[in-house]
Design a protein. Structure first.
Length: 194
């Protein structure tokens, strides 16, 4: 699990903002807490959550606050990213984050959408990394994010959940969809070569 957690940690994000938090449920109790979000209209996902080896809740930062930006900059400084030019590099890194978060907060007014997109970038890397390790991973948006936020106190921490990913090894006999051929649009339909 350490390798998978490092995939989450070291994923790229715009201006290294890292606007995410993850909950890794690896115990029956932890998975049951996540499964609370798979009720009623999302009940079809409860079994996959409970049967998984681990389940990861992906949450997005609600606001790219000055405090969050300062925390990122302080971590970069502690990690030695500014050693060549401490003041100049620090100012440029911090300024870039402030500029881009400000554009999305005040100009385009889509900051939450922008922050969520960073978490989806992380998901792409996570799924590819898990597959490379031979681990099956199933992302699920079919959850009640409000219930997850309450269960784990995410909103009080400045985050909101987006989706979960179930990890493990698929039961090839029970996975109906896994036995079907892949169906995607033809390459000529989705790619324009110039």
């Amino acid at each position: 699990m350490e390798t998978l957690e490092n995939l989450l940690r070291f994923s790229p994000s715009s201006t290294n903002l890292q606007p995410w938090h993850f909950i890794v449920a690896g115990t029956a109790e932890g998975k049951e807490r996540v499964a609370k979000a798979a009720q009623e209209r999302f009940a079809f996902n409860a079994k996959a959550i409970r049967d998984a080896s681990h389940v990861v809740v992906f949450a997005s930062l609600i606001d790219a606050s000055a405090e969050h930006i300062a925390r990122i900059t302080a971590q970069e400084e502690a990690d030695g990213r500014f050693a060549a030019d401490p003041e100049g590099m620090k100012a440029r890194a911090n300024g870039g984050r402030i500029t881009f978060s400000g554009i999305h907060k005040f100009d385009t007014r889509d900051q939450q959408h922008w922050l969520d997109k960073q978490v989806y970038l992380n998901l792409g890397q996570f799924l590819l990394g898990a597959a490379t390790l031979g681990i099956d991973a199933t992302p699920m948006e079919g959850i009640d994010t409000r219930l997850l936020d309450i269960e784990f106190g995410l909103r009080d921490k400045g985050f909101t959940s987006l989706f979960v990913v179930a990890l493990g090894y698929a039961d090839k006999d029970a996975d109906y969809n896994g036995r079907l051929p892949k169906s995607r649009l033809p390459i000529e339909t989705i790619i324009t070569r110039v």
